[in-house]
Write a protein that binds this ligand. Structure first.
Ligand code: ZN
Ligand code: ZN
Ligand code: FE
Length: 732
């Protein structure tokens, strides 16, 4: 019997070769009708014999396009039209967007084969792509995802490209960034030194070989690249003393020659998202790139430009083209004066997007930074919700838009202490609201009154919901795992504004999506000089030693030593803090590992690196009422400080034991056995893996962040989840 069926398909269905696949299946099943993109997703109608129509939908369900994520399908019969053929029709512009934008995708194998094929018309063309790969989010100005709404709009396709684009059986059918040498973007080279060849790429290769620094325009911004031997020059010019640099290796075999690579890590390195993966080095040669730890941030080529470049190099240092915490440069004019030359191109970057950084712990992905390849993937966190904007924290800022139970977490924005980052933050919020079709009725923000994000929120004409920092950390885990009811939240980080106005950071909370109670916290110490103490761990060591009535001894020979000691004794400009991060700083400084930090968390990173993993046992500590007191542990650490590897290990084990002790006491009192771990301290793999294992051994269910970072980059998801729940309960 003849039938006609209409289907509305929502999810990540644009820019992933959905319509060509539908077309192919319809033709194979002998159906007529049409398919088109609309702001809701994909709309299609198929007409033909009913068994063929069923076969078509079975096909689509069993073998959807590789990069598609279908979140909903609505099917209903419609009247027969008697179409003669199956057609892909132009997009519909109006309506509300339910379509999810695809992140940028690494060059696919088919394209790489063509790139390397001298017979192919795109041989060595640096912008080759197809419906399975290439730029997406970073070139999209608006929805639906059509060429006219991308930064490819200015490039008029040549007849050959135009043919592919309109040929339903072609891999480039409706590939929006489709282009070739004749009609597409091209590379340009600007040198401040040396001679220029005819080929921009070859000139860049020559300069890199001779130890120069070349800025290379990629998908979401510029990299500053150099050969590993020239990393010292890059450090000097970027004013970056010790902070690790990432390395792009030619291929997975080369990575394996230099680093330990597990199966999960290999899969991550080769994934279409192509993040930087933190690996353990297994031979010497890259110490200067990551001087504080035995790890190395590694990634593989992901654009055709990278693939062409890496034919000439085994490894290239690649770091974001920016200064310190400013946003990554995405335009020639924004580049800081660090590079000797520029390898750039004329395809505009609409959205800046840094490389994502991940580590595999306990076989699971943990984000340090979530951006290219992952943003703007949607995260399901509730059945439904109001339209919400959550503005995140101050450092490592991300923001989050939510509607219909979906959260759209922005790419890494950066440090809002920088004026340029605040501009970028504001611009991206406006862009994302338009793209995601969210008009927020609620703006959620951190409780901290001085965060730039908080102050920005307060200027908006929407209902405001303030969310405590550590509540948001734990809520981000609950949102990811769709947890309901009460959980024990262990939130360990550097700083967060507490409900009592003091600085929190070593917090044990009983948390629901809407609310929390603080059930225990690390003992408080003075933070001499406030934020100065974060940059100068010796101050924290002095503070803890004085508080524990231990001799301050030879702590740091700074001219400020006496004034700082006085501050601690009198409490002047020395707020109290229960910060876990600062306790790590103090321990590292006491062991002589780090008096002054040149980048965030340096002391903790050195402490983790120094700890001898064969050492078992921990130091004594006390849980008195709601105070977790590591005072006795500090005495033991000082007694054992000659043996740094042992002391560092036992100190970290003590923190783990403290976490377990508090969780057991909360379980006894309240019968809770689900624990959520979050906060920047859990980027310490020792703490994360050992705490998880110890808690599981004792019968706890343990949840951690796997979709967003445990650091402040994940806060906005937690804020959105809390705001959604409070709106639902109407308690605002
Ligand atoms: Zn491709
Ligand atoms: Zn062309
Ligand atoms: Fe935090």
């Amino acid at each position: 019997m003849k039938t006609r069926v209409q289907a509305k398909i929502v999810g990540r269905v644009q820019g992933v070769g959905f319509r060509p696949t539908v077309y192919r299946y319809a033709i194979e099943c002998g159906l007529t009708g049409f398919v088109r993109n609309d702001p809701q997703g994909v709309l299609l109608e198929v007409e033909g014999d009913d068994t063929n129509v069923s076969a078509f939908f079975a096909h689509l369900q069993n073998e959807p396009p590789r990069q598609a994520v279908i979140t909903g399908v609505e099917i209903h019969p419609v009247k027969l039209c008697g179409d003669q053929q199956f057609a892909v029709v132009e997009s519909e512009q109006a309506g509300n967007a339910e379509v999810h934008i695809s992140p940028d995708l690494a060059a696919c194998d088919d394209c790489l084969r063509e790139l390397n094929d001298p017979q192919d018309r795109r041989h060595n063309y640096p912008f080759i792509n197809c419906t399975n790969c290439g730029p997406r989010f970073t070139i999209i100005r608006d929805l639906p995802y059509d060429r006219s709404n991308t930064s490819m709009a200015n490039f008029k396709m040549c007849p050959a490209c135009d043919y592919e684009y309109h040929e339903p059986t072609d891999r480039r059918f409706h590939a929006q960034p489709d282009a070739c040498e004749k009609c597409g973007p091209s590379l340009q080279f600007h040198a401040l030194v040396g001679a220029t060849h005819a080929s921009p790429l070859q000139t860049a290769v020559d300069l890199l070989r001779s130890g120069h620094i070349v800025a290379i325009k990629s998908l979401g911004g510029f990299h500053l690249a150099c050969v590993p031997e020239a990393a010292g020059t890059l450090r000097e010019r970027k004013h970056r003393l010790h902070k690790p640099f990432a390395v792009m290796f030619r291929d997975i075999e080369t990575v394996k020659r230099h680093c330990e690579v597990s199966e999960a890590e290999e899969a991550e390195l080769l994934s279409v998202a192509r993040p930087i993966v933190i690996l353990f080095r297994k031979c010497s040669g890259f110490e200067k790139l990551s001087p504080d730890s035995p790890t190395l941030g590694v990634f593989l080529p992901y654009t055709p430009i990278h693939h062409l470049l890496m034919q000439h190099f085994k490894a290239l240092v690649m770091t974001s083209g920016n200064l310190a915490e400013e946003p990554i440069a995405s335009d020639d004019a924004e580049l800081p004066h660090v590079a000797d030359a520029l390898l750039t191109h004329n395809r505009a970057i609409v959205h800046k997007c840094d490389d994502s950084v991940v580590r595999i712990v306990n076989g699971q992905r943990q984000f340090f930074r979530r951006a290219r390849g992952f943003a703007p993937n949607a995260i399901r966190f509730a059945d439904d919700c109001a339209q919400i904007l959550a503005v995140g924290g101050e450092m490592k800022n991300t923001f989050c838009l939510a509607r219909d139970g979906w959260a759209f977490l922005s790419q890494h924005i950066g440090d809002l202490k920088e004026f340029k980052t605040v501009e970028y933050f504001e611009r991206e919020i406006a862009e994302w609201q338009r793209l995601m079709r969210v008009e927020p009725v609620v703006v959620a923000h951190d409780l901290h009154p001085a965060y730039r994000s908080t102050r920005w929120a307060q200027e908006q004409s929407a209902t405001l919901i303030a969310v405590q920092h550590h509540h948001a950390h734990i809520a981000s885990v609950m949102a990811e795992h769709n947890l309901r009811g009460e959980v024990i939240g262990v939130a360990l980080d550097g700083t967060g504004y507490g409900t009592d106005g003091t600085v929190w950071g070593g917090e044990f909370l009983v948390v629901t999506r809407a609310d929390f109670v603080r059930v225990a916290h690390f003992k408080q110490y003075r933070l001499p000089g406030g934020e100065k103490a974060i940059e100068e761990p010796w101050r924290m060591a002095a503070s803890v030693l004085i508080s524990e009535e231990l001799p301050v001894g030879a702590t740091h020979a700074s001219p400020l030593r006496e004034p700082v000691l006085n501050m601690i004794r009198t409490g002047f400009n020395s707020p109290l803090t229960s910060s876990a991060g600062r306790l790590f700083d103090a321990a590292a400084a006491m062991l002589g590992l780090c008096d002054m930090a040149s980048y965030e968390a340096q002391a903790a990173i050195r402490l983790e690196a120094a700890a001898d993993s064969s050492v078992t046992g921990h130091y004594p500590f006390d849980l008195r009422g709601d105070v977790l007191d590591f005072g006795r542990a500090i005495h033991s650490l000082i007694a054992e400080r000659q043996n740094v590897g042992v002391a560092a290990a036992r100190f970290q084990n003590t923190i783990v034991a403290g976490i377990v002790r508090v969780c057991e006491s909360v379980r006894e009192e309240r019968g809770l056995k689900r624990v959520a771990l979050s906060g920047g301290v859990f980027q310490n793999a020792w703490i994360l893996s050992r705490a998880t294992a110890a808690l599981r051994e004792r019968g706890f269910e343990v949840f951690t962040n796997t979709l967003v970072p445990p650091n402040d980059g994940g806060l906005s998801l937690g804020q959105a989840a809390v705001a959604a729940e409070r709106m639902k309960l109407r308690c605002v």
